[in-house]
Design a protein around this ligand. Structure first.
Ligand code: SAM
Length: 289
């Protein structure tokens, strides 16, 4: 971390009032909750970005972000720097087993002639989760020999993350968790050693910018399956409840919501029914009576 002890130290430390201003701005615009313990993370992230664009102090940067001319574009860059994009293909096995063993079979049992399945990866980061869901669902549909159209939508607040997702090209180390049978079917190794998602899968998966705390602007058909994993942890309890409420509005009755295993809320929504499956946290949206 030599870089942090070097030129950055010329930046002022953030005082309590500045910290409150910054955390309120972040909370209001992204819902992100930054406790006091993360003050040095905020100082460092802002400091690094300010150094890149030649701004000397936190107040000047705060005003720059409000400016009509470049503020909006700079805001998108900053949000990308402050959000955690950690993800990987086939990240949470129990949830994926739940998808394969419970969700998809139930959808086709209840509606054998189903012609379309819509899946949403909310907070998709650089696309690995959305493509993973796409691969598993495609294999499942193939196995049943059904003519069913699959559409996966990945959404995230970070534009650079979405750009990577749309490219659908990943370094070799990123595909190390992809099971061999999926790697063979859905990736092509390029001359430079990177792996490209094949076109037929790429066409099924689209990526759209969105802010999870402002879903009113998000036009989506009702989803059959929503994965929202490792996203809610960045929000406080009230925000989590609001987000779940919005996700439920976008879920088809009979559809499934899959959260990260540790992102529990005891009673998230009256329209949801918990579905027990080992090491996972998943809910079924009750059918209309
Ligand atoms: C840790 S990643 C999780 C990625 C993936 N879901 C997984 O589990 O591997 C969290 C993602 O949530 C996104 N995020 C954070 N705040 C958001 C917001 N207000 N609206 C939409 N996405 C947000 C971040 O940009 C980041 O890509």
């Amino acid at each position: 971390m030599a870089v942090l002890n070097g030129p950055l130290s010329c930046f002022e430390q953030m005082d309590d009032v500045q910290f409150t201003h910054w955390t309120s701005l972040l909370e209001e615009r992204t819902g992100m909750h930054l406790p006091k313990e993360r003050r040095s993370f905020l100082e460092t992230s802002l400091g690094l970005r300010m150094k890149e664009i030649g701004i000397q102090d936190f107040s000047a940067y705060y005003h720059h972000l409000q400016s009509e001319k470049n503020g909006e574009r700079e805001w998108l860059t900053l949000v990308d720097r402050l959000t955690v994009h950690e993800t990987r293909f086939f990240r949470h096995e129990p949830s994926l087993e739940f998808l394969e063993e419970v969700i998809l079979p139930r959808i086709f049992e209840s509606e054998p002639e189903r012609k379309k399945i819509q899946i949403w990866s909310a907070g998709c980061s650089t696309g690995e989760e959305a493509y993973t869901l796409g691969m598993i669902a495609t294999q499942f549909i193939k196995k049943l020999s059904k003519h069913c159209y699959l559409a996966v939508t990945g959404m995230d607040i970070s534009i650079p993350a979405l750009v990577t997702a749309r490219k659908a090209v990943y370094e070799q180390y990123k595909v190390r968790h992809v099971p061999e049978r999926y790697l063979e079917h859905y990736f092509v190794e390029q001359d430079n050693g990177r792996y490209q998602i094949i076109d037929t899968l790429k066409k099924r998966v689209c990526f759209v910018p969105f802010n999870i705390i402002d879903m009113k602007k998000t036009l989506l058909e009702p989803m059959d399956i929503i994965f929202c994993q490792n996203v809610l942890i960045y929000f406080n309890r009230d925000r989590r409840k609001q987000i779940i409420h919005q996700l439920v509005q976008r879920l088809r009755p009979g559809g499934f919501l899959v959260l990260g295993a540790g992102e529990s809320l005891s009673n998230p929504h009256s329209e949801l029914e918990k579905v027990d499956f080992p090491n996972s946290l998943a809910f079924f949206k009750k059918l209309n009576e």
